[in-house]
Design a protein around this ligand. Sequence first.
Ligand code: DQA
Length: 141
Amino acid sequence: MKIAIINGPNLNLLGTRERDIYGEQRFEDYLVALRQRYEGAAELHYFQSNVEGFIIDELHRVGFDCDGIVLNAGAYTHTSLAIADAIRSITAPVVEVHISNVHKREQVRHHSMISAACAGVIAGFGLDSYRLAVEAILGMK
Ligand code: DQA
């Protein structure tokens, strides 16, 4: 199984950024453990960008030949019709992920532009949200 994890804006600063909300671990460190956990079962590719167009380029690049995509689009979740269109344009199922429970937060974070284009949504379990999304993709096979 080939699974792509795509992180959007500001998620390069996990471990430093708003630690009370997003925790103290760097994503790169979490990823080492996640890859170990799925060794032999799934190949986990990782991409992060702060630029909307680069996220779309990556969705196009991996979206026709991987088994699933775990996407945390960060704040673009709430604004980007272009990312929603990109998700609809590819064949791989996309699981929308959020570290925080966006529904417990400000009103502006309650609406997602991309949810309706995704296979499902996982939010609020900290970095474990990514593992749950990987499990969901493995379960789709
Ligand atoms: C986030 C939630 C978004 O509202 C926010 O803009 C982020 C991170 C999360 O993982 O909880 O950057 O997607």
